[in-house]
Structures are given as C-alpha cells and as structure tokens.
Design a protein around this ligand. Structure first.
Ligand SMILES: [Zn+2]
Length: 229
C-alpha cells in the first residue's frame, strides 16, 4: 500500500485558534500578575488584577476571533455566490476556465478538458472553488467554533497564573509565576510546533523568549511603579 503523508497544516482553524489563544492567555495574564505583584500591593490586589485580566482577555479574544473569522467567511460566501452565478450563466466559459488551469499545470489539452468536464459533472461548484480559491464549500471555517476555541484556551492559559497568585505568598508570586510560565511556554511551543509539523528547536525558543520578554518588561514597570507610588 502506498504511504500517504499526513499534512497537519490543513487541520482546520480551531486548533490554530486554540494554540494562539492559549499562548495569549499565558503570556498576557502572567505578565499582568507579575507586573502587579512586583509593585507589592498584597494578595487581594494581585488576585483581582489576575481574575479581571483573565475575564477581559478571554472575552476580547473570543470577540476578536469571531469578527475576524466572520469577515473571512463573508468573503468566502461571496466568492461562492459569484462562482455559482458564473456556472449558471456561462457553463462553457467555466469549463474552459478549469481546462486552462489543468493545461497550465502540464496536462494535455484534450485530457484536461475531459478531467474538467468529469469533475464538473460530479460537483461543478466544488471543483471550481477548490481549484480557483482553494476552498472546500463543505468545510468553511466556523466563526462560533473559532471564537469558543480561543475564549476557552485563553482562559485555560490564564488560569495557572491566577491560581499561583491565590495560593502563594504575595512576595513569592513573581518567582513562582515566572517559573510556571516558563514551563507552560515550553509545553505550548512544543505543541504548536507539532501542530505545524515544524521542528521544535525553532518553535520552542520563539514562544518562550517572547513570553519571558513580556513578563520581564511588565515586572520591571510594576517594580518601578511600586517604588514611585
Ligand atoms: Zn470558475
């Protein structure tokens, strides 16, 4: 049996949304908690800040994803309509269009015309969407699914920093959140490299260094503010 390779980059929008949301939740909430904790305001203030950051971030992430995927989907549906209309009004030109695409890719003209005609008899709209736009009409990205995936994953990513803030003495929050975030980012970096089918040694440092930088800057500013106030 021939071996068929598995392309992970085609595995749908929700996984991408989840990894992105998780990363955002970890980095922004850890940076927020560390920034507040560095100013040394006590456990209650750190905790309120962390929880507010979690809720605000998760909701804004969900809304943002909904809006962006919706407009992407609107554009796809408009393309679908355009194609449907063209197929109805001028099927001969559409057959020629598909034929030309195969010829351009190296298929002999007669065979290209045969392939195009057979594909169009089977599913004309599907054939044109796939070839012209790389879209599967049966499998458009869902805005709600993407929004839920990013909201939930942001909250999940944000939760560890909030839990640490609740359980650890205020003066240890900066250190413990720092270490926990480092570990989480390594795991997430590995996960997102795996999802992309990319090498870990490039993906992991990218995620970890970005996150630590955000936390470090936030802690520094919090510390300065704590001195000033
Ligand atoms: Zn077409």
């Amino acid at each position: 049996m021939p071996k068929v390779e598995h392309h992970r980059s085609t595995e749908g929008g929700w996984l991408r949304a989840a990894v992105l949301g998780g990363n955002d939740g970890i980095v922004s909430t850890s940076a927020l908690v560390v920034g507040i904790a560095a100013a040394n305001p006590g456990t209650t203030a750190i905790l309120i800040g962390g929880i507010a950051g979690l809720v605000a971030g998760a909701l804004s992430m969900g809304v943002g994803e909904y809006v962006s995927v919706s407009s992407e989907r609107d554009a796809q549906l408009a393309d679908l309509d355009l194609e449907r209309k063209a197929l109805k009004e001028d099927p001969e030109a559409e057959l020629q269009e598909l034929t030309d695409m195969y010829v351009e890719r190296g298929v002999e003209p007669d065979l290209a015309r045969q392939v195009a005609a057979q594909l169009m008899r089977h599913d004309a709209l599907g054939a044109h969407m796939r070839e012209e736009l790389g879209l599967d009409p049966e499998d458009l990205t869902s805005p709600v699914q993407a929004a839920v995936a990013s909201t939930v994953s942001f909250a999940a990513g944000a939760l560890p920093a909030v839990i640490v803030a609740a359980l650890v003495p205020a003066e240890l929050v900066v250190v413990v959140v720092g270490v926990a975030t480092f570990v989480l980012l390594v795991v997430l970096g590995a996960l997102s490299s795996y999802q992309a089918g990319a090498p870990m040694k490039r993906g992991v440092p990218r995620v970890v260094i970005g996150g630590l930088l955000a936390m470090g800057i936030s802690a520094g500013i919090g510390w300065l503010l704590g001195l000033a106030v």
